[in-house]
Design a protein around this ligand. Sequence first.
Ligand SMILES: *Cc1c(COP(=O)(O)O)cnc(C)c1O
Length: 404
Amino acid sequence: MGEAGDRAPLGFATRAIRTGHHRTAEAEHSEPIFATSSYVFASAAQAAARFAGDDPGNIYSRFSNPTVRAFEERLAVLEGGESCVATASGMSAILAVCLGLLQAGDRILSSRSLFGSTTMLFNKYLARFGIATDYVPLSDLAAWAAAIGPRTRLLYCETPSNPLTEMVDIRALADLAHAQACLLVVDNCFCTPALQRPLALGADLVIHSATKYLDGQGRCVGGAVVGDRQRVGEEVFGVLRTAGPSLSPFNAWVFLKGLETLSLRMDAHSRAAAALADWLATHPGVTRVHYPGRPDHPQHHLVGAQMRGGGGIVSFEVAGGQAAAWCLIDATELISITANLGDVKTTITHPATTTHGRLSPPERAEAGITDGLIRIAVGLEDLADIQADLARGLERIAAQRSAS
Ligand SMILES: *Cc1c(COP(=O)(O)O)cnc(C)c1O
């Protein structure tokens, strides 16, 4: 990157569009896709210097690729981190952090509200290698403080959580972590740096499933870790380079293009979700709405303080449990019934029987996942069409209730 000089720092949208591309001799305007697995050395001596680490150039695309590097540079700048390592998926980003920074005997202290595969990774796989995980309720800072033990190395959370959009005060949690010589890792998938920058709030590492909003159009699977040069640039990168869950250049290119419209899209997702949440709250068939941007949300005070807007995810409950929820979901004609989120296409899911279906009924109850809960990842179609699609289901539930 060039020298900052006396010029004012570039704005977020400008950095999202302009950072990371180092134009080649071909003078291309759009970022090229470097579809190459390896790189040619000028001489045997240069090859030796590259392998010895004395010459920083490319060796092999498991280690580095110019298109992947462009995505990493751009995301690092947007999150305000020194280093970014792109990964083959969001899950491999989490795995790489754990492999790079933890060892047998260490403990993770995690929010109980987690992406399902993350819980599985912690409980089933990391546990086998002597890394145990303790769980606390996300927004309960006193519970976090009480649960940090002598072997706790890493605090882990997603905020807002999926699907109930519960939030935690990132700065307060970072202070707790640092007071006990622990690291705070935040999965920033739901917000993206367009709405929330955890590193600026004191978090040490940020995880992304680029599959979601960074892509924004549901095309590719990928992930990233952002943080400081030592932990991310050395330790996490070392895992990638050795174990190999590296991002493909094509996927990196799709995410680069996604970042260019990120702030526009996130603002539009947030606006649409806020309007949909307010509309749902007035509907007689809806018993509860979970949305950070609404004043009735328990951590509403954090919106504005650490997060810009309420994000694109809305959950709501209908009376009548699973039968009613399925009735509404099956009545949709436009909205996609799929577990993905962060797409321009609106998606709908029934967490109790899909993303949280592996939990036992008491575990689900404790997590607040009721049988009547429905999650919407609000897309960018016309809001009136999304509402009409949901209204059809709400009317069908009411009709069935009055018929029975
Ligand atoms: C999807 C998701 C992941 C996992 O990402 P993949 O790209 O599917 O591997 C992790 N965390 C959150 C919050 C997610 O939504």
